[in-house]
Design a protein around this ligand. Structure first.
Ligand SMILES: [Zn+2]
Length: 76
């Protein structure tokens, strides 16, 4: 899925490893981790490098199955 197709309130996140392996995640504010639970401790290299494709299958599955409210509550 392309990051430009993300719904309002969702953004791409990826550390260096994610950029290299094309497995960028999805996150939403105010969560401190990605949808699949990866802590966002590093710089958002996917954003800096202009990565366009969300590659994390776990994030995509959660994104497609849950509402924004469910995701935020699950991350608090
Ligand atoms: Zn993920």
């Amino acid at each position: 899925m392309k990051k430009d197709d993300l719904k309002n309130g969702f953004w791409i996140f990826g550390n260096k490893g994610n950029v290299w392996s094309n497995t960028a995640h999805i996150f939403t504010s105010p969560a401190s981790s990605t949808l699949c639970g990866t802590p966002m401790l590093s710089t958002n290299w996917a954003k800096l490098n202009g990565v366009k494709e969300i590659g994390c299958q776990k994030c995509l599955k959660i994104y497609n199955q849950k509402t924004l409210a469910e995701i935020i509550i699950g991350n608090l």
